[in-house]
Design a protein around this ligand. Structure first.
Ligand SMILES: [Zn+2]
Length: 388
């Protein structure tokens, strides 16, 4: 089989499952620990329990002791995303974790402002995902949802539910998600990571999930996989995180290929680059190489196209959901969906027909033709070329 190698960093990516503090640079954490006189946490390839992992996460959060450090973190996260080829990121933040720096509303204003300045500097769009904590009372999540709703279209794009699934089922958080969704905010809770199919069903039925962060344990129920495919619910999948936290035993057995084969839209993400050692391009590289037909160091031909699908699906899910009711050309029959970001720039995405065409071209061994074709489609619609 023909193979081709292509740098993945320049391909346009939407990074939809990324926790702000978990995206801190290791060098920044080391610097802060030194200056604050605290022990440097040990980053590991695997974490014994969710609690072990969470302890490290909280140490990174606790190192953000001033507003300047929080602003610096946002700037570094967005700069790293730009270097990694992301065109859009949705960092998740649990605002009450930063009450030492101000009220939730004040901290959100700081983040939104820092995100906007980072966008101006890099061109990477930033939409905040306000996260609620499933181990805390649902009334507190309602407060967060109310704040998210007040900032809908003003920096906040999505609402989440995080922390240990074993400690909190989705259902009690339904009222909070209803408030966020009524304001046009994307519902993007964690589910199907440490929880099984019931947690995914709960995210769909009680929280009206538009996207599910992780969701991979849906594979334990084929009917549920079919439902996710039918309803085109995007799973924001994080393969390395799943291995590090023993959700799956190894990358080689990750259900991502099965999910895609079943027609479930999936985006590929890094979750917490600080703790798992990968940015999104690295995740993609691993996903490509772990296909059984792939040669190490090369990209398998079919899987290279499959990676294109991942890129396009992530952007499509972003564009189509975020731009509901706004200036969107979804009627185009030329194979491109167009959406507008908050800063007014366009996001263009080739649709199903074009992916099919690309796949058939690649089967003939002309991957560069397919690559150029997508470029041409985007350019012909006067859309930004997203760094292609
Ligand atoms: Zn996560």
């Amino acid at each position: 089989m023909t193979t081709t190698a292509r740098p993945l960093a320049p391909l346009p990516k939407a990074h939809l499952h990324l926790h702000l503090e978990g995206a801190m640079r290791p060098s920044t954490l080391a610097e802060l620990c030194r200056s604050q006189g605290t022990a440097l946490p040990v980053i590991s390839a695997r974490y014994g329990t969710f609690a072990d992992f969470q302890e490290l996460y909280l140490e990174a959060r606790h190192s953000l002791r001033t507003v300047d450090l929080l602003v610096r973190l946002v700037g570094e996260v967005v700069a790293d995303a730009a270097a990694d080829g992301a065109v859009w990121i949705e960092p998740a933040v649990h605002l009450p974790g930063h009450r030492g720096l101000g009220t939730d509303a004040e901290v959100l204003d700081i983040l939104v402002d820092a995100g906007r300045r980072a966008t101006e500097a890099t061109g990477v769009g930033v939409g905040w995902l306000l996260s609620s904590d499933r181990t805390l009372p649902p009334e507190l999540a309602l407060d967060q949802a109310t704040l998210a709703a007040a900032h809908a279209g003003d920096g906040v794009v999505s609402f989440g539910l995080a922390n240990d699934e074993a400690a909190g089922a989705p259902e009690p958080f339904g009222p909070a998600f209803a408030v966020a969704r009524a304001a046009g905010i994307i519902s993007a809770p964690h589910a199907g990571e440490h929880g099984g199919p019931d947690s995914v069903r709960g995210a769909l039925d009680a929280l009206g999930a538009d996207r599910i962060q992780h969701g991979v344990r849906c594979v334990e129920d084929s009917g549920l996989v079919g439902r996710l495919a039918d309803e085109q619910i995007c799973l924001d999948v994080c393969p390395t995180s799943n291995v590090a936290l023993s959700v799956v035993p190894a990358l080689q057995s990750h259900p991502l290929p099965r999910l895609l084969d079943a027609g479930v839209p999936c985006s590929i993400n890094a979750d917490d680059p600080l703790l798992f050692g990968r940015q999104v391009a690295g995740e993609a590289r691993d996903a490509v190489r772990t296909h059984p037909d792939a040669a190490v160091g090369d990209f398998n031909f079919f899987e290279d196209v499959r990676f294109w699908e991942l890129v396009l699906l992530a952007l499509r899910c972003l564009g189509l959901i975020r731009t509901q009711g706004r200036d969107v050309d979804q009627s185009s029959n030329a194979g491109v969906h167009a959406g507008m970001r908050d800063d007014g720039s366009a996001v263009g995405v080739a649709d199903q027909d074009d992916r099919t065409a690309d796949a058939s071209e690649c089967a003939d061994g002309r991957v560069d033709v397919a690559f150029q074709r997508v470029q041409a489609v985007l350019r012909s619609h006067h859309l930004v070329t997203l760094g292609l």
